[in-house]
Design a protein around this ligand. Structure first.
Ligand code: GSH
Length: 210
């Protein structure tokens, strides 16, 4: 059995944030497939045994069960000793971006992508709302990345892996991110160029076909 077990699924960018950290850090880890699209995260067993919040990712390590990608990334930076803050100020800066990510940058985009690119359904008004909220959140990050190569501290950190959760997926969203956000696109390429980078569907399993 691997040292770290990540409950995840290929379509989950929130899980990818953690998978990317584990992979880039050279950890001994294994994925455990979560059947989200078939409702596994909504079952009483999942909520009782893995995550009362009914979400992926979940990380198992040394008898601990951790949830919320930001908390897991913070934990991993600590135990692995890579991609974390150098001091208390940097830790707060990293948390600041990860909270922003969870509230806005990932949240609106992931919901938009789910409705448009995966479920292929959704009220047109809701989709328009999500598009506009995504664009507003992306503009903030685009501006920051026009001044800095990395989100915090001039080097790749868990803040970058958090915001990068959804930037490599190709499903339709109705937004042309490379054309609209060149700084975000250049930053995603910098992460892509880190030694050991792999994409979400190369790191995490999807449901068996049929
Ligand atoms: N803030 C959470 C978000 C996790 C999340 O929304 N995960 C999705 C999959 S990408 C999920 O499991 N959703 C289940 C549901 O909403 O029922 C994190 O970063 O871990």
């Amino acid at each position: 059995m691997a040292e770290f077990k990540l409950h995840c699924f290929g379509e989950s960018g929130n899980s990818y944030k953690v998978a990317l950290m584990l992979e880039l850090s050279g950890c001994d880890w294994e994925p455990a497939f979560v059947g989200f699209l078939k409702g596994e995260t909504r079952t009483p067993e999942y909520r009782a045994n893995l995550n009362e919040m009914g979400e992926a990712p979940v990380l198992e390590h040394n008898g601990l069960i951790l949830t919320q990608s930001g908390v897991i990334l913070d934990y991993l930076a600590d135990v692995i000793g890579k991609f974390g803050p150098k001091d208390a100020h940097e830790r707060r800066e990293i948390l600041r971006w990860m909270f922003y990510d969870n509230h806005k940058f990932t949240s609106y985009f992931a919901t938009l992508r789910f409705l448009v690119g995966i479920a292929k359904t959704g009220d047109p008004g809701a989709i328009e709302f999500l598009k506009n909220r995504t664009i507003a959140a992306y503009k903030i990050v685009e501006t920051h990345l026009g001044k800095e190569d990395w989100l915090v501290g001039g080097r790749p950190t868990i803040a970058d892996f958090s915001l990068a959760g959804y930037v490599y997926y190709k499903e339709e969203t109705g937004l042309d991110v490379p054309a609209m956000f060149p700084n975000i696109t250049a930053w995603a390429k910098r992460i892509y160029d880190l030694p050991g980078w792999k994409g979400p569907y190369d790191l995490m399993p999807t449901a068996p076909k049929g």
